[in-house]
Design a protein around this ligand. Structure first.
Ligand code: SAM
Ligand code: SF4
Length: 347
């Protein structure tokens, strides 16, 4: 019997037969975010404190084999179609290229992408492309050296710029750039960053700052909103909503100046897209989280190390996703920031 595929909003009875990751609202998670480490070589102010964090001990981290096994379970048993490696900084994870290569050998082959700060990408881009990496998002919030130092607490803008160029040369296209604007630091630089990206053919996406920093410094009344980002971009560019359907993609996309390129805005806070969410997350220590803002986790590492079969792990994973909440509720008075910061969940 073929699986009965649910569509969001159409669920009106008990589960018939769908072995994918379906939640209680009928959303299906097909996009898996895998954190490969909680460690990082930058210290972005909106993410972690200057001194870093207490890193996960090695024995709690999934090994390369364990990561590949869980990705295989997700692809073969749960219908996951896209896998994005993230962190912390995934380029500091030893074995990254091998993990990508082995995941590219899975059938059906998942789409493989990476979110990275770009440091060291110039060295690894070619091997990652050969291993099967399809796409990359590089985080870059400014193209000014002094602002980069203020935001990341490291003087490494040149490394990130070189990493972007190397990804492009290696053919990992389209090269996407993620940027967060912080009030009083780089909120006046949106047009400059867009100009810089358009010139190089990179696709820029602004992400609203979310309450996921380890220091709990986020404030709703000082964050830079999508509306402000648009207003700032429109001082220099003409933006038209792109024809490409948004689907479950978080970014609202716009054509710039009648086709010079595109720009996206991910308004996670002010225009949440939870109703269309198709994501599920696996932390570097093997916990399933069904949302960045979830307060519950489901331990797959324990099951894996206790000898669970692939079918048992898949069952546990499905059960974790069923409980996914309708939305993140950042704007609710009862909102509580999750205990784990973004760098430990996988952004
Ligand atoms: N280290 C990699 C990087 O920076 O791309 C991957 C992990 S990072 C947590 C993933 C993405 O989350 C980055 O684009 C980063 O800018 C973004 N990010 C981190 N903290 C954030 C926050 N508090 N609000 C919004 N985006 C955030
Ligand atoms: Fe590191 Fe990425 Fe967090 Fe910046 S946003 S500190 S690069 S994990």
């Amino acid at each position: 019997m073929p699986p009965v595929r649910w569509r969001a909003g159409t669920y009106s009875g008990p589960v018939t037969y769908d072995r994918r990751l379906v939640d209680g609202f009928g959303r299906v998670a097909t996009d898996l975010r895998v954190s490969l480490t909680d460690r990082c070589n930058l210290r972005c102010t909106y993410c972690m404190p200057a001194e870093g964090l207490e890193w996960l001990p090695d024995e709690r981290l999934l090994s390369n084999d364990e990561v590949v096994r869980l990705v295989a379970v997700a692809v073969n048993h749960l219908g996951v179609e896209e896998v994005r490696f993230t962190g912390g900084e995934p380029l500091v994870r030893r074995g990254l290229v091998d993990i990508v290569r082995r995941c590219a050998e899975l059938r059906p082959r998942p789409d493989l992408s990476l979110t990275t700060n770009g440091m060291g990408l110039s060295r690894l881009a070619e091997s990652l492309a050969t291993a099967g990496l399809d796409r990359v998002n590089v985080s870059l919030d400014t193209v000014r050296e002094d602002t980069f130092l203020a935001l990341t607490r490291r003087d490494r803008l040149h490394d990130v710029v070189a990493g972007l160029a190397a990804a492009d040369t290696a053919g990992i296209r389209p090269v996407k750039v993620n940027a967060v604007l912080m009030r009083g630091v780089n909120d006046d630089q949106a047009p400059e960053l867009l100009r810089w990206c358009l010139k190089r053919g990179y696709e820029l996406r602004f992400i609203e700052q979310m309450p996921l920093d380890a220091q709990h410094g986020w404030r709703r009344d000082t964050m830079v909103t999508a509306a402000e980002i648009f207003a700032s971009l429109e001082t220099e560019f003409e933006l038209e909503p792109a024809e490409e359907p948004r689907g479950s993609a978080p970014a609202e996309l716009f054509d710039v100046d009648g086709g010079a390129g595109t720009v996206g805005v991910i308004a996670s806070v002010t225009r949440p897209f939870c109703g269309d969410c198709d994501r599920v997350r696996l932390t570097a220590d093997g916990q399933v989280r069904n949302c960045l803002f979830a307060r519950e986790e489901s331990d797959l590492r324990l099951a894996l190390r206790a000898g669970a079969s692939d079918v048992e792990i898949a069952d546990r994973w499905r059960a974790a996703v069923v409980t996914k909440r309708a939305g993140h509720g950042i704007d609710d008075v009862s909102f509580l920031q999750p205990a784990r910061p973004m760098s430990a969940i996988g952004g």
